[in-house]
Write a protein that binds this ligand. Structure first.
Ligand SMILES: *[C@@H]1O[C@H](CO)[C@@H](O)[C@H](O)[C@H]1NC(C)=O
Ligand SMILES: *[C@@H]1O[C@H](CO)[C@@H](O)[C@H](O)[C@H]1NC(C)=O
Ligand SMILES: *[C@@H]1O[C@H](CO)[C@@H](O)[C@H](O)[C@H]1NC(C)=O
Length: 844
């Protein structure tokens, strides 16, 4: 197979290993010391130590560092900005074509990593800068601009591989060229020698055919580097300072996969596989089939990656059998772009042992008309083998095209691109201006006739978007700002059915990520690259229509940091579709048990509960009419990529009682194990039913077990009963998640237990409000963080106080409701002022 090292290379690596071990025995990543290792902080004034422990040198003055910049006409912007990373605090602005020349000591492939962040400053509008970047004759970026790139990332991190040979006199020359009258800029550059054997000279073609040659002069660009089933791996945890992203955002059906992990120290690298191929932490985690080995599983785990059409991609799959008990027990199929890549593949037949690293390289052409790479693993068509399949890591690497470019697809007309773009820009500016006027008129109309409420679709620009997918998740557009591109009428955007159909690949069953009360939920990607969750209602009935409309109006009014936000909706062609922001972290439940995600710390759990409580508190009190969620449970609390909790699934929610009522009568709905017993008996719904369900959630978070687990002894089946039994005895600590034992301060646990106990009170009237719950959880967090002495004499541990004044204030600051609290004349300084605004948004 083309991917293995030749023997001399392996020996070389071995010798190098020995050598390095002798000299730096304690160095964690002893295996590889790059001969060339330029780390440049552009525009910097002194050596800069960055988070990953490396030191970047300034690019000014010093010429004995082995690189030079020309011409001298360059300007440094260095403002005291609060950049997300210290390397972004300075950059070099270039007003004419300029080069960085690196005199490398070694010929061969080099990583070239570029860091770009348009620093806001009074002199230059770097966001609008348009420029191209080349290295040794290969186009890396063609007329790139932050303003015009499709996803409008806030920063750009790009990793390329460029070849240096004797014909370049061992120089790596990086050229930045501003487009007509524009600027170029750069914040950081890394040039690092690539170890031998890191990239293959051939790869298996997909569909399976003759091997594809990858000559050394072909430049590469990392499109994706993924750690399947594991966390983000930052440069400091990779001996070659690579970044590995988690796979959730690309998983088409998150219910199809379970992540598994083992202790990284168990991973072995067989002869022929260098430790530099991928770190142990990558091989030590994987995604496997959910409910693996249960019955006759017949499905694939699928991941989809957006790529630029018109290029060939190297696809490297990393495998390591960390799930089997014996050799030859794990046999599966791998498909790339619907084509069979590995058939009845048995990792152990290659490695001859378990927990051993292995990788395979494929090459696939992605046509101009397509823009994705689909990676699937699934069970083999064999009877006597348990159904399972795994994948540990994945790299997707773009190869430069025959024109020597990594940006503009071959076939695109270079010369006509510039002028066309200008026309398009002018056209779209005109369009936008027109649109702004239209929006104003529409807003005026809207205020008068609230019923006619379809905001015009934002005009979409006609030019070819620059491909700029990046390895960094931070580059994703924030869905909140996206949602606000709808005129600020408070409603989500109206989306065309065709747009939604395209986003979900015609409602592909493989994209289903859940089925709720309302209908199926799909993962989709809008044409601007924003990942969304698409909820499609069951065929409409008159009744359903009313509820759908209520839901849109209700949800449009509910904007809060801790509620999953509505991006848009569609009611064309008898369809009822709601489009929400996509939550990469998935449901809270999967972080508690039943998966191999790393256990959450107590602080994380408290913060998640606090977030969810804020969302519910806002539902109950923040909107004009209070809203009862009715289906609070750990699968309806979703986490984003930063573990921020948001309450989701309002499919069952109901407007709360109006002032002259005390409850809403309704047929009992909700989820078993979370149901308020009083609601069940009396069929009368109040906000306190949500409080009860939230109490169950709190216990679940503490004990890391399902609300109902029928396989346990009878007295333990129902968590509410079981946990209350221990709480009443004062020994709740006996049944907490073993991962928490020793990490939870007793005071914090006591406060948490009391709060949950009050939530689970038999009668609604005895239960606290969500505001009280929130306050008590915040207090439990403080108790956890405070030092033991200062709180020891606190006498309030048995007392659930009234909701203090500052809660609503925090809420108002937390909620994304700028258009609601926008009246400068109001007395926004007092909490009640803020709240009356929230309660009566029409009062503006
Ligand atoms: C990364 O490295 C740091 C320090 O070396 C360590 O504390 C941390 O656990 C590592 N993370 C992973 C995912 O291995
Ligand atoms: C793979 O097959 C699915 C379903 O048949 C189709 O929708 C999709 O476009 C195909 N993808 C590729 C890359 O061929
Ligand atoms: C898995 O995906 C491949 C390619 O898209 C398809 O041919 C195969 O039938 C799928 N297998 C299952 C079990 O769905």
């Amino acid at each position: 197979m083309g991917c293995l090292h030749s023997l001399p290379n392996a020996i070389g690596v071995f010798i190098c290993l020995l050598f390095c071990c002798f000299w730096v025995p304690s160095f964690v990543f002893a295996a590889f010391l790059p001969v060339d290792n330029f780390l440049i902080d552009c525009g910097g004034g002194k050596p800069l130590k960055v988070d990953d422990g490396r030191t970047f040198e300034p690019d000014s003055g010093n010429s004995n560092m082995g690189f030079s910049i020309s011409p001298a006409s360059r300007i440094v912007v260095s403002e005291n900005v609060t950049a997300p990373w210290n390397l972004y605090q300075t950059c070099r602005v270039l007003t004419e074509t300029s080069t960085y020349t690196f005199r490398t000591k070694q010929v061969g492939r080099h990583w070239l990593r570029l860091h770009l962040y348009p620093i806001e400053n009074p002199r230059y509008n770097l966001k609008a800068a348009v420029f191209s970047v080349e290295a040794n004759g290969v186009t890396l970026l063609h007329e790139f601009s932050f303003a015009e790139s499709e996803k409008r990332p806030s920063r750009l991190y790009k990793e390329f591989v460029v070849h240096v040979d004797v014909s370049n006199s061992k120089d790596l020359v990086l050229t930045l060229s501003p487009s007509n009258a524009s600027l170029a800029f750069i914040n950081g550059i890394e040039v690092i020698s690539v170890p031998d054997g890191q990239f293959p000279s051939t790869a298996i073609a997909i569909p399976i055919g003759p091997s594809l040659e990858i000559p050394a002069h072909v430049a590469l660009e990392t499109a994706y580097r993924i750690n399947m089933g594991g966390p983000l791996i930052n440069p400091e945890n990779d001996s070659l300072w690579r970044t590995w992203e988690p796979d959730y955002p690309f998983l088409l059906n998150s219910a199809s996969a379970w992540s598994v992990s083992v202790d990284p120290s168990l991973i072995r690298y067989p002869t022929g596989i260098s430790v530099e191929i991928a770190p142990k932490v990558v091989y030590a985690t994987a995604q496997e089939m959910a409910d693996a080995n249960v019955g006759e599983q017949r499905f694939n785990i699928s991941w989809a990656f957006r790529v630029d059409g018109g290029f060939t991609y190297l696809i490297r799959l990393h495998f390591c059998d960390i799930v089997s008990q014996a050799l030859s027990n794990l046999v599966f199929n791998v498909y790339l772009n619907n084509q069979s890549a590995l058939d009845s593949f048995d990792i152990s037949s290659k490695t001859m042992e378990l927990s051993a690293a292995y990788f395979v390289d494929f090459a696939a052409d992605v046509s101009m008309s397509s823009n994705q790479i689909l990676v699937q693993i699934g069970p083999p068509n064999l009877r006597n083998i348990p159904s399972n399949a795994i994948l540990n890591g994945l790299e997707i690497i773009k190869l430069s095209n025959p024109d020597g470019s990594l940006d503009v697809p071959s076939g695109a007309d270079f010369s006509s691109r510039g002028p066309k773009r200008k026309v398009a820009v002018i056209a779209s500016v005109t369009c936008l201006a027109g649109f702004a006027i239209l929006a104003l008129i529409a807003a005026a109309f809207y205020l008068h006739f609230r019923k006619s409420k379809k905001p015009k679709k934002h005009p979409t620009s006609a030019w070819l978007p620059l491909p700029t997918h990046v390895g960094h998740s931070e580059s994703k557009i924030s869905t909140v700002s996206y949602a606000s591109t709808a005129p600020s009428l408070g409603l989500g955007r109206v989306l065309a059915f065709s747009e939604i159909r395209e986003a979900t690949k015609n409602f592909d069953e493989n994209l289903v990520i859940g089925v709720g009360g309302f209908g199926k939920v799909y993962r989709g990607v809008l044409d601007n690259g924003v990942i969304v969750a698409v909820k499609r209602g069951n065929p409409r009935s008159q009744q359903g229509l009313t509820e759908f409309r209520t839901e849109i109006e209700m949800l449009s009014k509910l904007r809060h940091r801790h509620l999953v936000s509505l991006i848009g909706y569609c009611e064309e062609l008898n369809e009822m579709i709601l489009v929400y922001e996509f939550m990469a972290g998935g449901p809270l439940r999967t972080h508690l048990y039943g998966s191999d995600l790393p256990p959450l710390t107590w602080k994380q759990r408290l913060e998640i509960c606090i977030g969810a409580a804020k969302g519910l508190h806002y539902l109950h009190t923040g909107a004009a009419e209070s809203v009862i969620h009715r289906d609070v449970k750990t699968t309806n609390i979703l986490l984003d990529e930063n573990l921020i909790a948001k309450v989701a699934d309002f499919g069952l929610s109901k407007l709360g009682p109006t002032l002259d009522q005390t409850h809403v009568s309704t047929a009992v709905k909700g989820s078993f194990g979370y149901l308020d017993p009083e609601y069940f008996r009396r069929q009368q719904l109040t906000e306190k039913s949500d409080v009860y369900s939230f109490g169950v959630v709190l216990m679940e978070v503490l004990c890391a077990r399902p609300a109902i687990n029928p396989s346990l002894p009878r007295e333990q089946v129902n968590i509410a009963e079981w946990a209350m039994h221990w709480q009443k005895k004062g020994h709740l600590n006996q049944i907490i998640d073993p991962h928490l034992v020793g990490y939870v301060k007793l005071e914090s646990l006591r406060k948490f237990g009391e709060t949950a106990e009050k939530c689970l009170s038999e009668y609604g009237i005895e239960r606290p409000t969500m505001g009280d719950v929130l306050w008590n959880l915040e207090y439990a967090l403080q108790l956890q963080q405070a030092s033991l002495q200062t709180i020891a004499d606190e006498n309030s541990t048995n007392y659930i106080p009234e909701i203090p004044e500052w809660i609503p204030h925090i809420e108002a600051a937390d909620c994304d409701c700028a258009d609601i609290v926008s009246d400068p004349g109001s007395d926004a300084a007092t909490t009640s002022g803020v709240f009356s605004q929230l309660i009566n948004p029409r009062g503006r």
